[in-house]
Design a protein around this ligand. Sequence first.
Ligand code: DC
Length: 222
Amino acid sequence: MKRFAIAVDGPAGSGKSTVAKAVARKLGIIYVDTGAMYRTVALHCRQKGIAWEQEAEVAAALDSLEMKIVPEEGGQKIFLNDVDVTTEVRSAEIGKGASAVAAYPKVRERMVELQQEMAKVNSVIMDGRDIGTVVLPDAEVKVYLDAGVEERARRRVGELEAKGETADFEEIKKMIIQRDYNDMNREHSPLKKADDAISLDSTSMTVEEVEQAILDIVHERV
Ligand code: DC
């Protein structure tokens, strides 16, 4: 089969990564979690004592950052200067930092380049905020996945609790609203639905239903 790409964009907690991983497994293609890349930039800055708000310093810190993405069956591992940070970048705090550093054009340029390289050699399903609009504008399938904010907060609380972290629903909900606001209102590559993306609302859909909806679109188009 010819190489193809699936772009999945949407706000925090809409279920993008869960569904994208499942689709990758079904189709035997590579899953790329682009959010993890911005999270890794945020972690790198934190380790170097650079505040996320300092755009020039954050951009300069890219020179000492080597990021490696290793696809795995239905997932990926991410390495920061040869250290596996896959789990470490998942915290809510680093998510906040990722949203801050993702606003900087220098950071985005570097990440987009890496993402486009991966899609050049593999069939991929990539999830993020700007995949259908900027990273893979020619993707065969584009999905914009959304869900109500209450449901998204419930899912995040469940994820954090499953990892043994304590999570306050109202606080998580506030963080999600703030993060969506940042991601949708930044100047460069804000989160928005590509004109040719298909919208799916996962609020009252199961993971399997969303997965099947995407597979149906793939089978129609690819
Ligand atoms: O999907 P996530 O929660 O892991 O993403 C973390 C942050 O990274 C998110 O708030 C915005 C940013 N991001 C982005 O700007 N572009 C992407 N393609 C993916 C993530």
